[in-house]
Design a protein around this ligand. Structure first.
Ligand SMILES: [Zn+2]
Length: 430
């Protein structure tokens, strides 16, 4: 099975290289914005959008024209790659996955990508990397790169430069470890497993909230673009970066721990975007509980559930397991014992007590158990559909997304029923 994996390191450029990288990122931004403006103009005049090849031809003109001759100093492949990015932005927009492409701003996601592995040399023994027009760059060699290099992205965040090395390698089809488990995601507990264990939330944003607010207030009092303003801005960005780093670290540790010990993980399909919608309403119909909802939204977004699900998905796939997403209706209200569904079962946030059969338990654990049994149902239905066509092959289940959003498809051939009996054992936990 083929595995795509990216490795990210901090770069240690010298002054000259740093200036170059800043210029290259600026050139890429310029080219992207110019192409976007051009496409908009063409649209207004009723012309068709220019394709990648057409834009590349224009790029050559820009690099030769006297006005933008400085573009010729930047490596050509990264400039061309911005057209790929623009195309992706358009297709995300047409597929309703994203808003209309926007112009790039200086200092926000500054980056450029080298797509051609033939031009890249990686010297891991000496912790250095060769990139066109930058020469040998030193990097903080924190782990080994495995596989062949496919492309390299250089990016800047908080004044530091990073390199992300995308690789490809052949790995043996992994055998999944452990049984099945359901996960209930929540505010008070980040994740509760159907076996009763849970992960406490990190609240990385809330922990830095006061400090961040003060830094933002200090920034607003400074004269814009003055030296003091620049320092204050850097401070705000540093706090943001720290929040992000702590959150990423927490999510990775949690998703690794869960994916190492389970072959199958069931999770609710929560539309985070709907859940975190503001309760403000319109001027004619003002919403209720606006402040309370805003607080809840902050918690939901702070916990980054969607990112967690993405990590679980690809990590499980790497270990041969898979993620099953189940519809969320009534998972917190149904009794796992007798199946009775009622809002009255849930008298407090933490306690579940069935009004029909008297079963009692922790509400989050009950939710997780319900999610697990729903996941089993999903699997059984899928298995039944394809039982004749390919015995023991579960269609569609073991599918996963790689970290960069490219699709990996993974098919798991098992002795019919192994996983189901595995999961049967995990189901008995109530
Ligand atoms: Zn009951």
């Amino acid at each position: 099975m083929q595995r795509l994996q990216a490795y990210k390191y901090e770069l240690r450029p010298d002054g000259q290289q740093e200036r170059q990288m800043r210029r290259f990122a600026g050139s890429c931004r310029f080219v992207y914005n110019k192409a976007l403006a051009l496409q908009k103009e063409r649209y207004e005049q009723g012309e068709k959008k220019l394709g990648y090849a057409g834009l590349c031809k224009l790029l050559t003109e820009w690099r030769n024209s006297a006005e933008t001759v400085w573009l010729a100093d930047a490596p050509v492949h990264p400039l061309q790659q911005t057209f790929k990015d623009l195309e992706r932005a358009y297709s995300n927009f047409f597929a309703k996955r994203a808003d209309f492409p926007r112009f790039k701003k200086k200092g926000r996601h500054d980056s450029f990508r080298y797509p051609d592995p033939k031009q890249i040399k990686l010297d891991q023994g000496n912790s250095r990397l060769f990139l066109p027009k930058l020469g040998w760059l030193r990097y903080r060699n924190s782990r080994d790169v495995l596989g062949t290099v496919k492309n390299v992205t250089v990016s800047q965040s908080c004044g530091k430069w990073f390199v992300s090395i995308q690789t490809e390698r052949e790995v043996e089809q992994p055998i999944p470890q452990g049984g099945a488990v359901g996960i209930d995601m929540g505010i008070a507990r980040f994740a509760t497993l159907s076996d009763g264990t849970f992960f406490a939330p990190l609240h990385s944003f809330r922990r830095h909230e006061v400090r961040l607010r003060k830094a933002q207030q200090a920034l607003s009092r400074k004269v814009k673009f003055s030296n003091n303003w620049k320092n204050a801005k850097a401070r705000v960005q540093r706090i943001h970066a720290r929040i992000g780093n702590a959150r990423r670290d927490f999510l990775h540790k949690t998703s690794t721990a869960i994916s190492q010990n389970h072959a199958m993980v069931c999770i609710e399909d929560l539309a985070v975007r709907n859940m975190s919608k503001s309760a403000a309403g319109t001027t004619e119909q003002p919403g209720r509980n606006v402040r309370a909802k805003a607080g809840l939204n902050k918690s939901i977004l702070d916990q980054a559930w969607f990112e967690f699900r993405r990590q679980l998905d690809y990590k499980l796939a790497w270990r041969g397991g898979w993620l099953v997403v189940v519809p969320p209706q009534n998972t917190s209200r149904a009794c796992p014992c007798c199946g009775h569904v009622s809002a009255a079962n849930r008298q407090t946030q933490a306690r579940f007590a069935c009004v029909e059969c008297g079963f009692e338990g922790n509400a989050d654990v009950v939710g997780a158990v319900n999610i697990l049994s729903r996941g089993m149902q999903v699997l059984r239905d899928e298995g039944r559909d394809t039982a004749d066509a390919s015995a023991g092959m579960l269609r569609g289940c073991p599918r996963s997304v790689s970290p960069d959003g490219l699709w990996i498809e993974l098919r798991w051939r098992s002795e019919a029923g192994t996983h189901r009996s595995d999961s049967g054992a995990a189901q008995c936990h109530v």
